[in-house]
Design a protein around this ligand. Structure first.
Ligand code: UT7
Length: 336
């Protein structure tokens, strides 16, 4: 457990990880539900009704996860007004690395012309961005690094079984990035920056969502396999629980959240969580219809859309959450 955030009245000078910029990149090619219905036994009606997804972006043959990540990172850096060489930590959340090694983050670091500090990947599948934000936050708070690029980048199209209608309709490719900077704050819950985070995992559920390959087992990349109904059953409960634990750390109530930016897996899961916690639907950022589930990229892509639509501004209280293979799950609460 992290230390509780001091309540109103108590002040201590501490470092907070403040968002300086956000960016995203989506491959040009859009694949609609109707296009998928020409290839497999599915329909636009089924996909929209069961998931909320209408289309997804698919990377070109010459586009790698690191290319998507670099494009998103560049936009975030420009918006932050920060030169790449001022970055001393690059964390990339991905389950679809360019190569088994080196880490995609190191390739992104090199692509941006950064050669100082550290770069590494975080592998927590769909929860990757939440895990990466929590990791970066802990490095920035302690003062070990000053400015971090936190990226979620995925090319899930490469690990899908395009004959399996129960999974291939759900996912898409893309990347999003944020620039975090350590800034001294008062240590109250009114501070800017990351106020609280919680991350969890439980490997007993591996068989419900996994990739059936890997360098150490089959020596192949493998394909995503999921028991959707069972994952769904766990999602609402686990996500609601970790959100409640994160909010308790600051004493905020769900209705005080200005914008809820969840991992985009299924509209019905998000409706369930909102109902359970009493979050008004108008405060939920939804990008599922346009991007599908982009795994670790989905939260920063949604954050980017929120920024572009001016749904977040300085002072907004933003809550992010995710759950994915492992299982892994977690939440981050920050003030923009
Ligand atoms: O980001 C990582 C976390 N992942 C998730 O959170 C995903 C969680 N799960 C889900 O989102 C949902 O379970 C799915 C969208 C994957 C599936 O929805 P569901 O309402 O749970 O459907 P189901 O798996 O119970 O399948 C219902 C029916 C089945 O037919 P029968 O057995 O009732 O005859 C499936 O074969 O729908 C059928 N079906 C399809 N039909 C048309 C499954 N996929 C499709 C499809 N098109 N693409």
């Amino acid at each position: 457990m992290q230390k509780e955030v001091p309540q109103r009245g108590q002040t201590v000078a501490i470092n907070r990880s403040v968002v300086r910029g956000v960016g995203a990149y989506l491959p040009k090619r859009i694949v609609t539900n109707a296009e998928l219905a020409k290839r497999i036994d599915t329909s636009d009606e089924w996909i929209v009704e069961r998931t909320g997804i209408k289309q997804r972006h698919i990377a070109g043959d010459d586009e790698l996860t690191s290319d998507l990540g670099i494009a998103a990172a560049k936009q975030a850096l420009v918006r932050a007004g920060i030169d790449p060489v001022e970055i001393d930590l690059v964390i990339c959340a991905t389950a679809t690395p360019d190569r088994t090694f080196p880490a995609t983050a190191v390739r992104i670091q090199a692509g941006l012309g950064i050669s100082k500090g550290a770069a590494f990947d975080v592998q927590a599948v769909c929860s990757g961005f939440v895990f990466a934000m929590a990791t970066a936050d802990n490095f920035l708070k302690t003062g070990q690094f000053k400015r971090a690029l936190v990226i979620g980048a995925e090319t899930f199209s490469r690990i899908l079984d395009w004959e399996d209608r129960t999974t291939c309709v759900l996912f898409g490719d893309g990347a999003g990035a944020v620039v975090l900077e350590a800034q001294p704050q008062l240590g109250t819950r009114e501070d800017r920056g990351i106020l609280a985070s919680q991350i969890r995992s439980d490997g007993r559920f591996e068989e419900l969502l996994y990739v059936d390959g890997g360098p150490g087992s089959t020596r192949t990349t493998g394909h995503l396999r999921m028991n959707g109904r069972e994952v769904f059953r766990h999602a609402v409960q686990k996500i609601s629980g970790v959100i409640e634990e994160t909010l308790v750390m600051t004493g905020y109530a769900p209705e005080e959240i200005d914008l809820f930016v969840p991992h985009q897996a299924n509209q019905r899961i998000l409706d369930g969580i909102a109902r359970k916690l009493g979050i008004p639907p108008s405060r939920i950022m939804m990008t599922l219809d346009k991007h599908g589930n982009t795994s670790a990229a989905s939260i920063p892509l949604a954050l980017n859309q929120a920024f572009e639509e001016r749904r977040v501004k300085e002072g907004s209280l933003v809550l992010m959450e995710a759950m994915g293979g492992g299982f892994t799950w977690g939440a981050v609460l920050l003030r923009w």
